[in-house]
Write a protein that binds this ligand. Structure first.
Ligand SMILES: Cc1cc2nc3c(=O)[nH]c(=O)nc-3n(C[C@H](O)[C@H](O)[C@H](O)COP(=O)(O)OP(=O)(O)OC[C@H]3O[C@@H](n4cnc5c(N)ncnc54)[C@H](O)[C@@H]3O)c2cc1C
Length: 378
């Protein structure tokens, strides 16, 4: 692992930094719809400048950039406090899955509108009784006259209310072992058979939803990776999700740490030995996260795909971000309970970090079994 940047990488970073200074879209306006439209316009601007999904191959609308440049891009976006692009799930998961497992027709149909932000994607994996044990999911798909008829329920589906397409895993064969009976579909959300009901999070935002699916139709050409291979395709999705969090989240918490130190000074507790000890510990963890994120990147560059190592930075990031926001609330004292304080929002949103994209317990199991090679529990 080489942590120094080459002259061309440095040039790339400097150009990007200047571009971000000139093109930063400003703070998100209040309100779910207005904020989402703001992100959508921002994504279009990124696309027009060649910065959307730019590590994707050039034939699919990307720029064929290296993983290092992709990581630098994430770092610079975090440093500039730029908003996320609207179609984050399509870019981080949907696109890479279609590139890896899709047919040429599927790539032709789906990839460009993911990058432009014209078609938003969501991830329909979790169900009311299947989250960590995803392979036990019950949503079923039955073939009928060339189409698949899908019935079931999904939950926690982020941005489903904005989405045109859903990465949906459903059971197509109930008679084989659970991991083998699954198929990965891309489902059109614009049909009456798919009902989307918002769920409000602890922050008050309706970012995710329940999906009620009653005999929805999915044409056979929307199967990705072949019937019965849904588990393998889902794993590609999850590894991309966890790896995608790496470098950018490391910079995000580094910036958060600077803001926390400024808060400690502002509140006159920067000399308090207990506060100093907690900040010192966080600084160590933030640096460890950065190094592990880069280690994951090195793996992806060598092997072409993120590996189970991506689980480590995801786990570290959620721990660090939760500790950091907890300390901010402790420093703020009773002011930390003010509903409209930015730190209160960050504290509440951070609770989801150790659940979304795989819980910390599950990530620890993956690291124990697949990275350290420890014996399996089951
Ligand atoms: C903000 C947010 C956004 C999300 N967005 C999406 C989305 O867009 N699409 C989607 O499909 N899902 C999404 N999810 C769902 C998320 O992936 C699941 O919540 C997560 O996988 C956990 O599943 P569960 O909620 O069913 O909990 P469960 O699996 O029921 O787990 C409950 C508890 O048991 C523990 N546990 C379970 N199994 C084990 C085990 N084998 N060993 C040790 N401990 C175990 C868990 O760690 C957890 O603490 C989102 C969640 C959040 C919070």
């Amino acid at each position: 692992m080489d942590l120094t940047l080459s002259p061309s990488e440095q040039r790339f970073r400097d150009e990007l930094r200047t571009w971000l200074e000139d093109n930063h879209p400003g703070a998100e306006p209040p309100g779910d719809d207005a904020a989402f439209d703001h992100r959508r316009r921002w994504q279009r601007r990124l696309f027009d400048a060649g910065y959307a999904g730019f590590s994707w191959p050039t034939e699919y609308g990307g720029r064929g950039a290296t993983m290092i440049e992709q990581a630098l891009f994430g770092e610079e976006m975090a440093r500039a406090k730029a908003p996320s692009p609207a179609n984050i799930l399509g870019m981080v998961m949907g696109g890479p899955v279609v590139i890896h497992h899709g047919t040429e027709e599927q790539k032709e149909r789906w990839l460009r509108p993911i990058l432009t932000g014209e078609e938003i994607w969501c991830q329909g994996f979790s169900e009311p009784e299947s989250g960590s044990d995803l392979a036990s999911l019950k949503t079923k798909a039955i073939k009928s006259n060339g189409d698949w008829i899908v019935t079931g329920q999904k939950v926690w589906t982020t941005f489903a209310h904005k989405s045109k397409w859903c990465m949906l895993v459903a059971r197509t064969d109930p008679d084989v072992p659970k991991h083998q009976g699954l198929t990965y579909f891309i489902m059109d959300m614009e049909q009456d058979a798919v009902q989307v009901r918002p769920l409000r999070q602890i922050t008050g935002e309706p970012e995710f939803n329940e999906l009620f699916i009653e005999e929805a139709r999915i044409p056979d050409e929307n199967v990705v990776g072949g019937v019965g291979n849904g588990w393998g395709v889902a794993i590609t999705t999850l590894m991309n999700e966890r790896a995608g969090l790496g470098a950018a989240s490391a910079v995000g918490v580094r910036i958060g740490l600077d803001e926390l130190m400024a808060l400690a000074r502002e509140r006159g507790v920067a000399d308090d030995p207990v506060i100093r000890q907690r900040i010192g510990q966080l600084a160590i963890e933030v640096e460890l996260l950065r190094l592990n994120a880069w280690r994951g990147l090195t793996h992806t560059m060598k092997h072409g795909m993120p590996g189970p190592e991506g689980s480590l930075p995801k786990w570290q990031w959620s721990d660090v971000n939760q500790s950091l926001t907890e300390l901010a609330i402790d420093i703020l004292g009773e002011d930390g309970a003010a509903w409209d304080s930015p730190w209160a929002y960050r504290f509440l949103r951070a609770r989801a970090n150790s659940i979304e994209g795989g819980t910390t317990e599950i990530l620890k199991n993956i690291i124990a079994e697949r990275v350290l090679g420890l014996p399996k529990l089951r």
